[in-house]
Design a protein around this ligand. Structure first.
Ligand code: UT7
Length: 311
């Protein structure tokens, strides 16, 4: 089976950090409420000259450098985003231009909300198989601050801006498994074209969906591969809420340390959250060659997806 192996990763953050106290300027809220209900302590918001494109380009350059590949070797670029600067050109095309990549490769954006990066990973694999390339650049990039209603305390305190990128190699013997799903009938997290129709969300219903979906996705990947959770070094799931991760840990009966967490520092960065975590773990030496990782995303749509791979 042709699977993917992680070669390199990188991430980018805007310059502005807003702690929970800073959110009280926009809405009636408190550090106590945000911390106890979500675990979030701060988030990054884009300022002048920063947006989904600039973050995606910076993360992509770092991931390419980390992979050790030449830019000519990249055979596919996918950017998972729900907050691209333009409808056209795609954010992926702007990354393609900035990195001066080859002409004859598929390059496009993919929208599956917070599950977008993991949808994009398997789509990249399919693209490489279809087009004969060996390496894919997959990015999750979001300027969530641009789609938020800063007067809605139900949503504005939860999200942040960031990008994460990863370079994958298609290898015949790489250990790899993928699952995904969609509930189009559950459109309970809705956002429109930029600020003209800001995001709204039925928080509690998304919460219930998430705490059942993460364990189910992990179980499905284990069943598919015949592995046990003891054989998995890390579970890197979408960073939306500390309580969602805690509930998943309890349902799966695993040590909490197996689940990576960084949402206290970045909040929910939607499609960027999983690659941001992966890149940060790789940079800090937590994620090393030979480890087996489950990555798992869920979000608006509703959508969900999971990947198991050996790093
Ligand atoms: O990216 C994936 C998609 N999104 C998610 O994963 C989000 C999933 N959902 C959640 O994380 C949680 O449901 C939330 C964090 C959104 C909300 O937490 P909750 O414990 O479900 O709170 P709630 O919606 O039941 O609200 C409780 C109270 C309400 O007040 P009343 O009606 O009890 O008086 C809200 O109006 O908290 C109030 N509230 C706030 N208070 C202070 C809601 N937002 C805030 C706020 N600050 N920012």
């Amino acid at each position: 089976m042709n699977g993917l192996r992680l070669l390199g990763a990188g991430y980018a953050l805007p310059a502005n950090v807003l702690d929970n106290e800073a959110m009280t300027k926009y809405v009636e809220t408190s550090d106590e409420w945000i911390t106890s209900r979500t675990g979030i302590r701060q988030r990054y918001f884009c300022g002048e000259g920063e947006n989904t494109t600039t973050l995606a380009i910076e993360a992509a350059k770092k991931a390419l450098a980390d992979s050790g590949l030449a830019k000519e070797e990249i055979g596919c670029v996918i950017v998972a985003t729900s907050s691209g600067e333009y409808s056209m050109p795609s954010t992926a095309c702007l990354v393609h231009k900035a990195l001066e990549l080859n002409e004859n490769i598929p390059v496009f954006d993919l929208g599956a909300a917070c599950a977008g990066f993991l949808y994009a990973v398997d789509t990249a694999r399919a693209m490489l198989l279809a087009h004969g390339g060996k390496y894919a650049l997959v990015i999750g990039a979001e300027q969530m601050s641009h789609v938020l209603d800063m007067t809605d305390r139900n949503t504005c305190v939860l999200f942040g801006d960031a990008a994460g990128a990863a370079v994958f190699a298609l290898e015949e013997d790489a250990e790899y498994a993928y699952v995904c799903g969609t509930r189009g009938d559950l459109a309970i997290q809705v956002g429109g074209p930029r600020r003209e129709m800001p995001m709204t969300m039925e928080g509690q219903n998304v919460f219930r969906f998430a705490v059942s979906t993460i364990p189910a996705t992990v179980d499905e990947l284990l069943k598919k591969t015949g592995k046990t959770l003891e054989e998995v070094d890390w579970v890197v799931c979408h960073q939306a809420n500390q309580r969602i991760i805690d509930a998943s840990v309890r349902r799966l009966g695993v040590p909490a340390e197996k689940f990576y967490k960084n949402l206290d520092r970045y909040a929910n960065t939607s499609a960027a959250s999983v690659p941001l975590a992966i890149a940060e773990m790789k940079e800090s030496g937590k994620l090393v060659s030979g480890q087996r990782v489950i990555m798992c995303g869920f979000g608006g749509g509703l959508t969900w997806a999971g990947v198991m791979m050996k790093i």
